[in-house]
Design a protein around this ligand. Structure first.
Ligand code: GDP
Ligand code: MN
Length: 392
């Protein structure tokens, strides 16, 4: 789960990470009010969306008067901001964060992520922070330094100082840097984050260290024990197909193609996506219905897949171990009858109770296509999708 910049900053500040003073605004009126509360003579108006690279897309504006704040806010609110990270459809801006402007001397990059291969936390830093970090890291990978932290031991002071020295931080600022890095680490650990990114982490002209931007993502599987994090969820920023499915306990990832997939087991679901691609088609989603899928769960899965208007054909691929093919078949028949599915459905069943399952499909009187194996199923689904006109 992702959260907004202002939420990440508020969390990080509780762990001792210094942030600029700021406030949230939902209207141009409120934005100017927030600026007056903060005081000073320069402010930054920042669009709050679950994506970065806002600066280059007009989502971060430095303002020096009420009028500038008003027009910056008016220009962003209610519009979709398209950045290189949002995809062409963009993300709706409904909240703004207004901050006191910071006098930047130097911009650094700092992030914490999981290194799954090493089973450790990777702390990544660079002296080339700011808006072009992706380009710089591609051209000059040596400018990026990584410190690996063992979560059982925790990040040590010397590791944070190693980063500060590596970045060439002046001696009198090393302590502030160390506190900031260790604060980010504790936030990462204590809140079950999967990512903390501060870009830029700046040294100000006044000699302070400040997190000017902040991004955090959290482990969905740990949200049950982090109610204060899960209440920060902003569904309006998520793929509505994925929100619908995850609210119903389905493991679903939206994709760009036109073949809806209903599969049991993550591995088989991945193999199904591969086979569709090999057969010349494009999957519309990843969906793992899990083991022991009741007819009701299969029906739920159909509902989730059918919410995607791009879907032209549906491929049901089940290898029943714990599952039972007759339950799945019942679910397919129920779903097609109740949801009045008009699009072609291809069913491939194998494993426990496969004969009973096939019988239910054959006797349903519904226009269902069956397949013998995965390749056959994928090819039939691709052919069916090609023949189906786009949904109205
Ligand atoms: P992003 O583009 O979505 O990553 O948004 P950021 O919050 O990182 O802002 C983009 C850029 O705007 C930063 O890299 C800074 O260079 C600049 N910026 C943001 N806040 C301030 C500020 O208070 N003062 C100055 N001078 N520049 C700022
Ligand atoms: Mn940034």
């Amino acid at each position: 789960m992702d959260i907004h910049e202002y939420q990440a900053k508020e969390l990080l500040s509780k762990f001792g990470v210094p942030i600029p003073r700021g406030g949230l605004a939902y209207s141009p009126e409120q934005a100017t009010y927030r600026a007056n509360e903060i005081g000073g003579n320069a402010w930054v108006v920042k669009a709050q969306i679950h994506a970065g690279a806002r600066g280059k897309a007009g989502g971060v504006k430095i303002c020096r008067s009420d009028e500038e704040i008003w027009s910056a806010a008016d220009g962003m609110l209610g519009k979709k901001l398209v950045t290189i990270q949002t995809g062409p459809q963009g993300k709706l801006v409904s909240r703004l964060y207004v901050e006191e402007a910071t006098n930047i001397d130097k911009e650094f990059y700092l992030s914490l992520t999981m290194d799954r291969g090493k089973e450790r936390i990777a702390v990544v830093a660079s002296a080339a922070g700011g808006m072009d970090i992706e380009e710089i890291s591609a051209k000059d990978p040596d400018s990026i330094m990584t410190v690996i932290v063992d979560p059982a031991v925790g990040m040590q002071g010397f590791q944070a100082r190693e980063i500060a020295f590596g970045l060439g931080i002046e001696p009198e600022l090393v302590n502030k840097f160390e506190r900031t890095i260790l604060g980010c680490y504790r936030a990462f650990r204590d809140l079950d984050a999967t990512m903390v990114e501060i870009n830029p982490l700046v040294i100000t002209k006044e000699g302070g260290v400040v997190a000017l931007d902040a991004k955090m993502s959290f482990d969905d599987n740990a949200l049950f024990r982090r109610p204060q994090i899960s209440e920060l969820r902003d569904k309006s920023q998520e793929d509505s197909r994925e929100t619908y499915a995850s609210d119903r306990g389905l493991s679903y990832v939206g994709l760009e193609g036109d073949i809806g997939c209903i599969v049991n087991g993550a591995g088989l679901a991945m193999a199904t996506l591969d086979m569709i691609k090999v057969s010349g088609g494009q999957p519309a989603n990843f969906l793992d219905i899990g083991g022991g899928a009741s007819p009701e769960r299969v029906q739920k899965s159909f509902r989730a897949v059918l919410r995607d208007d791009n879907v032209k054909a549906i491929l049901v691929n089940v290898f029943a171990g714990i599952n039972r093919c007759d339950w799945v078949a019942k679910g397919v028949v129920l779903a097609i009858q109740e949801l009045e599915v008009k699009r072609p459905v291809i069913v491939r069943l194998a494993g426990t109770n496969v004969e009973e399952g096939r019988k239910i499909i054959a006797e349903s009187g519904l226009n269902l296509e069956t397949a013998e194996n995965l390749r056959d199923a994928a090819e039939k689904a691709v052919a069916a999708a090609k023949q189906t006109p786009a949904a109205a």
